[in-house]
Write a protein that binds this ligand. Structure first.
Ligand SMILES: *Cc1c(COP(=O)(O)O)cnc(C)c1O
Ligand SMILES: [Zn+2]
Length: 410
């Protein structure tokens, strides 16, 4: 990696690589800029192939100078061909990026690992975040491994398992009486007043880069090419924007051939500010107050919402939203066809995929990758009321024959 500095996404003004995140000229978001001049595609390919089986194999395109010694090795999650789900939806070239297979079972390990590298580089001792659950989980685990103090902020009412799987690493967990957007605003104020590293606030330019690895891995796993389409769940919109950036960077560097990836976004109806703007043909994303079972996507004022909208339009993608019922149904469809149990964010993704395939927006032969970003075990609440009851029998053949045989369809 060769970080040149930070650059404003809006006005292009440059800044030194510091823990800052907004342009002082236009208030646009800052992003890491690399010095990629003279980077040879073949040499890069060889370094990637020789790299570790984690996000750090793409270190040339991440803001970290070496593989950190406190590494939890996130990334390199399976890309699986989804024959049975594809058949159910009428899609012949469907793949699932199973990002539930990460150290804390969501895609957040990718971004947090990169944030921790920045924490060490800038010499912070406290790592914090504003989270809907999965980010807190990842921050707590990675901070434990790196020997940092963690203080995580969550809104009231997130899933129980997300609190437990976070607390076990011994961070300070702070529950704020408000929505995620209230938590985020509080963290902005804390970052202004105290020298704390806040992963998704003042370290956002670094943190957000980790999501590019979701594109790098897919391109590598498809045999060094981009898919025709991706479908991505959207909360703040960071993952969506950086997946697009990842494919762009690989193409600009000549690592993969030029190919337009149709960027397709999925939101929950109860928190769909981007989908609403898309359907209304509006340019402005109007914040909403979230009300959805997809708590990891419950961000009413998405920081990157406008960029998601623009990318979906520019690339020939789409933005679709699904109800809570459709989300639960999609969780079950994914489980039953592919043996993969996702949290509601994945249900929103598969639900949106189903709608778009049904409406003919996604063609049957498009090479489509659906990102499944979090595991179902952390959100049992979403399905525990609807799954079939267990069949109880006596330990006798008669009881078995009476109660089970018919059910087994034998
Ligand atoms: C955070 C999260 C997302 C969305 O991420 P953004 O980058 O904020 O859009 C999607 N899925 C899961 C499971 C998440 O935890
Ligand atoms: Zn600017």
């Amino acid at each position: 990696m060769a970080v040149r500095g930070l650059v404003c996404r809006e006005c292009g003004r440059r800044f030194a690589a510091e823990p800052i995140f907004v342009c002082e000229q236009c208030f646009g978001p800052l992003e890491v800029e690399y010095d990629l001049d003279g980077l040879d595609a073949q040499a890069l390919l060889e370094r990637i192939a020789a790299g570790p089986p984690s996000i750090w194999r793409y270190q040339d395109l991440l803001p970290a100078s070496r593989v950190p010694e406190w590494d939890l090795a996130p990334g390199c999650t399976p890309l699986v061909r989804a024959h049975r789900l594809g058949e159910a939806l009428g899609l012949r070239n469907l793949y699932l990026k199973n990002d539930t297979r990460n150290p804390t079972w969501s895609f957040k390990d990718r971004v947090v690992a990169v944030a921790v590298a920045a924490v060490k580089q800038f010499g912070f001792s406290v790592l914090s975040c504003a989270s809907t659950g999965n980010l807190a989980n990842a921050v707590a685990a990675h901070a434990a491994k790196a020997g940092l103090r963690a203080v995580v902020f969550i809104p009231k009412g997130i899933e129980r398992a997300k609190v437990v799987t976070t607390s076990v690493y011994r961070p300070t967990v702070v529950e704020v009486e408000g929505t995620y957007d209230d938590v985020n605003r509080l963290c902005l104020e804390i970052g202004d007043e105290h020298r704390w590293a806040i992963a998704n606030v003042n370290l956002r330019p670094y943190y957000s880069e980790g999501a590019k690895t979701l594109a790098f891995e897919v391109a590598e796993q498809l045999g060094w090419r981009a898919p025709d389409r991706v479908i991505v769940p959207v909360a703040s919109g960071n993952m969506f924007v950086k997946i697009h950036r990842g494919f762009e960077e690989f193409q600009r560097l000549g690592v993969i051939p030029r190919h337009q990836v149709r960027m397709t976004a999925a939101q929950a109806e109860g928190c769909a500010p981007v989908a609403t703007a898309y359907k209304d043909n509006a340019d402005k994303v109007v914040p909403v107050r979230p009300r959805t079972i997809a708590k990891s996507l419950a961000i009413g004022a998405p920081a990157d919402g406008r960029y998601v909208l623009d990318l979906a339009r520019r690339t020939g993608g789409a933005v679709e939203s699904v109800s809570d019922d459709e989300t639960v149904e999609a969780i079950r469809l994914l489980a039953e066809t592919e043996g993969l149990f996702t949290e509601p964010a994945g249900g929103v993704t598969v639900g949106a995929l189903r709608k778009l395939a049904g409406a003919g927006v996604i063609g049957p032969d498009e090479v489509t990758v659906a990102y499944i970003t979090g595991i179902g075990l952390k959100a049992l609440e979403a399905v525990e009321q609807v799954v079939e009851r267990v069949v109880t029998i006596k330990p006798t053949l008669a009881s078995f024959e009476e109660r089970v045989l018919a059910l087994a369809g034998d």
